[in-house]
Write a new protein. Structure first.
Length: 89
C-alpha cells in the first residue's frame, strides 16, 4: 500500500513540475502539489507503521520463545528435584 501512495505522490510532484516548467507564468496546479504533499505524508506514515508492526511481531515471537524456554526449564528443575528427593529417602 505504501509504495502505491508514494508513487502517486511522486507522479503528482512530477506533474506539478512539468506544468510549472512549461507555463511558469500561469497560476494554478497548486492542487497537485497539495495532494502530492498529503500523499507523501501518508506514505511515510504507512511505512513507519509497517516497520513498527514488523518489530511488534518479532517481539511477540521472542516473548513466546522465552515463555516456552522458561516453562521447559521449570519442568526440568521440578523433575530433577523429584528424582533427587526420591533417591534420598
Amino acid at each position: 500500500m505504501s509504495p502505491l501512495v508514494v508513487i502517486a505522490s511522486l507522479a503528482l510532484f512530477v506533474r506539478f513540475l512539468v506544468l510549472f516548467a512549461l507555463k511558469p507564468l500561469q497560476t494554478g496546479h497548486v492542487q497537485s502539489l497539495v495532494v502530492a504533499g498529503v500523499f507523501a505524508v501518508v506514505g511515510v506514515l504507512l511505512l513507519a507503521l509497517g516497520v513498527l508492526s514488523d518489530l511488534i511481531a518479532m517481539n511477540r515471537i521472542l516473548l513466546e520463545e522465552i515463555v516456552v524456554n522458561t516453562r521447559l526449564s521449570r519442568l526440568e528443575r521440578e523433575a530433577h528435584e523429584r528424582s533427587g528427593a526420591g533417591n534420598g529417602a
